[in-house]
Design a protein around this ligand. Structure first.
Ligand SMILES: Nc1nc2c(c(=O)[nH]1)N[C@@H](CN(C=O)c1ccc(C(=O)N[C@@H](CCC(=O)O)C(=O)O)cc1)CN2
Length: 291
């Protein structure tokens, strides 16, 4: 292996420390802590773990955590009614509905019901539009975490060729928008892309978010490329990413591991977005470069 390992765990710890300091300052100014409400419907084991981790991280950062665990047979109207209550609750700055929702629930309708100014997941169409048009909103946590890792690894991204593999609303599309805003030349590839190796051969940055274990082969990469692996695939061999790690690590300049790469940044960025939401709601300034 010749590539440098990008340590997402360490970067996430650093960001969480900064959030904690700023949350303490916010609490002193506002007379209350920033508050994050997390809604989990059902008992999907991975989602339960993520929700527990979010609650713990929220409290550790000096924020208020409101956890709502609903049964798997919760109906759409009850879930919408809970979102409405959280929208109206002054102690709640951020609202997150853990995905995926159980079959039968309309995730898009639920996400669109969240007040865009409390939408710390950045999934509301208003926030997607703000990101696409360069307005201040909330950016989805996983792509935001990827951008932070890329900037700390490469500094200025301007002029670099970036290939994003995956076009989901949650990762691929916002990732492409963020890289475009950072002045990269961006290609969005996906399952129908013809000749992916041709595109990757010119890519200084590769973000893989396809949800297929080992989909990106090392030999397709441009030597020295920076590779961000968003995949979290549970296989018989354990947790693996979307990039064939051994092959990629012998050609790339730097690469995120799975686990310990992008994943930890997702929760750290959620805390960051909650802190920003609290400041905006209280009209308390937060320096643009504070976090
Ligand atoms: N409402 C949301 N739902 C989901 C999101 C999201 O951002 N908002 N993202 C994922 C799940 N997720 C957070 O919710 C998440 C996934 C992975 C990690 C993480 O730290 N992963 C570790 C490995 C952990 C493991 O063993 O499973 C790592 O990569 O090192 C954190 C958060 C889908 N749903």
């Amino acid at each position: 292996m010749t590539a440098e390992l990008i340590d997402g765990k360490k970067a996430a710890e650093r960001l969480r420390g900064q959030v904690a300091e700023l949350a303490a300052a916010f609490a002193a100014d506002a007379g209350r802590k920033p508050g994050l409400a997390v809604v989990l419907v059902g008992e999907d084991p991975a989602s339960s773990v993520y929700v527990r981790s979010k609650g713990k991280a929220t409290v550790a950062a000096g924020m208020e955590s409101f956890e709502h665990r609903l049964p798997v047979d919760t109906d759409q109207d009850d879930l919408i009614a809970l979102v409405d209550r959280l929208n109206a609750d002054p102690a709640v700055d951020g609202i997150l509905v853990q995905l995926p929702l159980p079959d039968g629930l309309d995730a898009q309708a639920v996400l669109t019901r969240i007040d865009p100014d409390k939408d710390v997941d950045g999934f509301h169409p208003v926030n997607a539009g703000r990101l696409a048009t360069g307005l201040n909103g909330f950016v989805p946590c996983t792509p935001y975490g990827c951008l932070m890792l890329l900037k700390s690894q490469l500094g200025d991204l301007s002029g670099l060729n970036a290939v994003v593999i995956g076009r989901s609303n949650i990762v691929g599309k916002p990732m492409a928008a963020l890289l475009t805003a950072a002045d990269c030349t961006v290609t969005i590839a996906h399952s129908r892309t013809k000749n992916l190796p041709h595109h990757l051969a010119h890519a200084d940055i590769v973000v893989a978010a396809v949800g297929r274990p080992g989909f990106v082969r090392g030999e397709w990469l441009k030597p020295g490329a920076t590779v961000i692996d968003v995949g979290i695939n549970r296989t018989a061999d354990g947790l693996v990413g979307d990039v064939e790690f051994e092959g990629a690590a012998s050609i790339a300049g730097a690469i995120t591991p799975v686990p310990g790469g992008v994943g930890p940044m997702t929760i750290a960025c959620l805390l960051r977005n909650t802190l920003v939401a609290a400041h905006r709601r209280e009209g308390i300034a937060l320096a643009a470069d504070a976090i």
